[in-house]
Structure formats: C-alpha cells, structure tokens
Design a binder for this molecule. Sequence first.
Ligand code: SF4
Ligand code: F3S
Length: 104
Amino acid sequence: TYVVTENCIRCKYMDCVEVCPVDCFYVGENMLVINPDECIDCGVCEPECPAEAIFPDSDSRAAAWAEKNATFAASWPNITRKGTAPADADEWNNKPGKAELFSP
Ligand code: SF4
Ligand code: F3S
C-alpha cells in the first residue's frame, strides 16, 4: 500500500484524489489518508503530490504514518473529487513539526 505522511498536513493539495483509480483516499480536517485495504499499489498518486507526502509502505519515511492511515481511513469520509487546497498551503509545504498538528 501507499501511505500519506506528515507533509500533507495543512498542504492538502488533493491532486492525489484526482488520479487514484480506486478512490481510496479519506479526508480529515487538515490531511488525507489512504485506506491500505483498498489501495492497489499502482503508485500513480506518488509523483502527483506537490508536497511529496506519499510514499510506498516499503519506504522508511512511511513507517510513522502507516498505522494512522489505516486507522483514520476507517472513520474519515471518502473523498473522490479534488477540492480547493488551503489558501496558505504553499507556506506550510515542508514546514517542520507538522506532525503535532495532526487532527484526528
Ligand atoms: Fe490510489 Fe494507486 Fe495511490 Fe494506491 S497507489 S492510493 S491505488 S493512486
Ligand atoms: Fe496531501 Fe499531497 Fe494529496 S498534499 S492531499 S497527499 S496531493
């Protein structure tokens, strides 16, 4: 499976949603997650994310976020259409310490 990680927080560009063939993204207050039971490992979302927040679970950068993706995909709503990214998304891109802003 692929995993959405920390840099999605407050960037939430949603380009990933547009390309996913199985609509397995779920949306929280300030980030998205991928449902690992639905992701077919096609990999097309990874290069589409302007924040480079998506990694395969084989990548060490995904490790800290894999469980959160599985957990919150079960309770957050499905998202199938790209919405409007936060107005200040570019300012948050690559800001350190965003993990603390995760909102369940
Ligand atoms: Fe969707 Fe493919 Fe990305 Fe999995 S790897 S979330 S199936 S676009
Ligand atoms: Fe997040 Fe990147 Fe998608 S910032 S919403 S994972 S395009």
